[in-house]
Ligand binder design. Structure first.
Ligand SMILES: [Zn+2]
Length: 414
């Protein structure tokens, strides 16, 4: 057992901690409502800190409320190996999204502690503030500030629907910390998460070895027409923006299909103005979301989309405007970290596949400042952001064992 390759986490203890945390903000349908910077969020943070102190960790709170529980290494001057995720949930969230990544990190530290194993590098478990973005937009706020994507003063000023700000709510729950919210050198960062999609379950595989996060492009497409009466106006003499919107929508699905299996096209919202049943709309606004894990393909999808819009609108003499409101570039995870996860998975003998994340995670921002990768485990029917979100103890245990062994693998490289 010289390199601790036979060391395993305690799945039952991990499960119990998940269930204990789920009591805070528990909903009637078995989910959680522990939105960021609420009283419930404070209680969840307090419980996590109690658990960390029980095993001798130091907990640091930074200025945006991110928590870092640190277990000293035998060479404590080395940059830490970090893992973690988030404890906040959607209003009708589940018990596992984010929470699993935090408590799996804690379980790794508990396992090392009870086996009296001291890694060379210090280990840290992070809890990132406001990953979900449901109470305060945007999402990934804590990891974004820490990585330098957002300014802290801008983050403090963000308000919820009732006008309360991030800054005042952080102070109110006592989690506006002293430490500067700024990236420090890390040896590696890992995040284990439920997949929130159906692929692993469908393939009957236990572990997803993540190589990156999909890129996305968000567009607001405005098509201008001319309002007229639905009855007297002959079809030929109308300037109806829907006549272009229909082939554009179909064309978006064709673009996604052209780049199967990872291409995605979603028309999430359409607003018709003035929005009256018996009037041809004078304006349509479509919200469109295109995604792909390969940067070149996503660029190609972008070009096809713009050509499609141009063609369908111009041929009908409809003016249009495409405004690109968000471009999240493709994230490629660090080779060393991906290799550590793959090799840990293989040594543990778990079935697995390489995949990319379709959703954003804190790791997206961490990856911009430190070597990073992620581990996925299946969740029931791929359902997440839902109170019925569920996962199996043995899969959660497997993912946590991969996390433990990947961390030890990186530590051995010192
Ligand atoms: Zn999450």
């Amino acid at each position: 057992m010289d390199n601790f390759s036979s060391l395993r986490i305690n799945g039952q203890r991990l499960w119990q901690s998940l269930m204990d945390m789920a009591q805070i903000g528990a909903t009637r349908k078995g989910g959680c409502n522990r939105q960021t910077l609420t009283d419930e969020d404070k209680q969840g943070r307090d419980l996590f800190i109690d658990w960390c102190r029980e095993i001798g960790c130091d907990v640091t709170i930074d200025a945006i409320g991110n928590l870092f529980a640190r277990r000293a290494g035998s060479n404590d001057s080395l940059p830490p190996i970090l893992t973690g995720s988030h404890l906040d949930t959607q209003p009708t969230g589940g018990k596992f999204d984010g929470v699993y990544g935090v408590l799996a990190g804690l379980e790794v530290l508990r396992t090392l502690e009870e086996n009296q194993i001291r890694t060379q590098s210090p280990l840290e478990v992070a809890v990132w503030t406001n990953e979900e973005g449901s109470r305060f937009a945007p999402a990934l706020l804590g990891s974004g500030v820490w990585s330098g994507a957002f300014e802290i003063e801008d983050a403090y000023a963000i308000t919820d629907k009732s006008g309360k700000s991030v800054g005042t709510e952080l102070e109110r729950i006592g989690y506006k910390g002293e430490a500067e919210a700024r990236a420090r050198p890390l040896q590696a960062a890992f995040e284990v998460h439920i997949e929130q999609g159906p692929i692993l379950e469908k393939e009957n595989l236990q572990i997803g070895v993540l190589t990156g996060i999909q890129g996305l492009r968000w567009y607001d497409l405005t098509i201008e027409g001319e309002a007229c009466h639905a009855g007297p106006t002959p079809m030929q003499s109308r300037r109806d923006p829907f006549m272009a919107a229909a082939p554009i929508i179909a064309g978006c699905y064709d673009i996604a299909a052209q780049y199967e299996p990872w291409g995605r096209a979603t028309i999430g919202d359409i607003k018709a103005e003035p929005g009256s049943r018996n009037t041809v709309p004078e304006r349509l606004i479509l919200n469109i979301d295109l995604r792909h894990p390969d940067a070149d393909v996503l660029d190609a999808m972008d070009r096809s989309f713009k050509e499609l819009v141009e063609r369908e609108c111009t041929s009908r003499s409809l003016e249009h405007q495409v405004s690109e409101c968000w471009h999240m570039p493709v994230t490629r995870f660090d080779t060393k970290c991906v290799d550590a996860v793959r090799s840990a998975t293989e040594k543990l003998g778990y079935s697995h596949m390489e995949m990319v994340s379709g959703a954003g995670h804190d790791s997206l921002y961490i990856a911009s400042v430190a070597p990073t990768s992620m581990i996925f485990v299946p969740c029931e029917n791929g359902i997440s952001h839902n109170e019925i979100e569920n996962a199996k103890l043995e899969d959660l245990e497997a993912g946590c064992n991969v996390l433990l062994q990947a961390i030890l693998e990186i530590d051995r490289q010192n």
